[in-house]
Ligand binder design. Structure first.
Ligand code: HEC
Length: 124
C-alpha cells in the first residue's frame, strides 16, 4: 500500500518535470500571440510597426515611412508588397530569417506579415 503510493508520487513528479521542460521549450519557439485568421492592417500590422519599426522608419531620413496614417500608402505605392509573389515582397524578405530587419520582428510577426500580403495587403 505504502509502496504504491510512493511510486504514484514519483510518477506525478516526473510527469510534472517533463511537462515543465516541454512547456519551456515550446514557449521559447513561439513567444508571442498566434497569427490571426484574418490579418487586419489597422488592428494587427500598424500596432506591430508602431512597436517595432517606427522608432527608425518615421519619415526622418529612411526611405520607408511606417508611421500611422502614411505607412499603408508608403508600402503599397512603393515596391514593398508583391501580390503576385507574396514571399518575394521586400517588406517580408527584410524581416524574414536572413533579412537585415530580422531582429526587429518575432517569428509570429513575420508570419503575420506574409499572411497579410497573401490575403491581398488590404487596408482593413
Ligand atoms: C534601429 C532602426 C531600425 C528599425 C527598428 C527598423 N529598421 Fe528597417 N531599416 C533600417 C535601416 C537603417 C534601413 C536601410 C538599410 C537596410 O536596408 O538594411 C532599413 C531598411 C528597411 C527596409 C528596406 C527599405 C528600402 O527602401 O529598401 C524595409 C522594408 C524595412 N527596413 C522594414 C522594417 C520593418 C518592417 C521594421 C520593423 C519590424 C524595421 N524595418 C525596423 C533601420 C531600422
Amino acid at each position: 500500500m505504502k509502496g504504491k503510493l510512493k511510486i504514484r508520487l514519483l510518477d506525478y513528479l516526473i510527469a510534472g518535470a517533463l511537462s515543465m521542460m516541454i512547456w519551456s521549450c515550446t514557449y521559447d519557439v513561439n513567444p508571442t500571440e498566434p497569427v490571426p485568421d484574418i490579418v487586419s492592417y489597422s488592428q494587427d500590422m500598424q500596432p506591430f510597426f508602431d512597436a517595432s519599426c517606427v522608432q527608425c522608419h518615421n519619415g526622418g531620413g529612411l526611405s520607408l515611412d511606417l508611421s500611422p496614417g502614411v505607412s499603408y500608402d508608403a508600402l503599397t505605392t512603393g515596391d514593398y508588397v508583391n501580390l503576385a509573389e507574396p514571399a518575394n515582397s521586400l517588406l517580408y524578405t527584410k524581416i524574414a530569417p536572413g533579412g537585415s530587419m530580422e531582429q526587429y520582428s518575432t517569428s509570429s510577426e513575420t508570419a503575420m506579415t506574409l499572411k497579410w500580403i497573401e490575403q491581398g495587403a488590404e487596408n482593413n
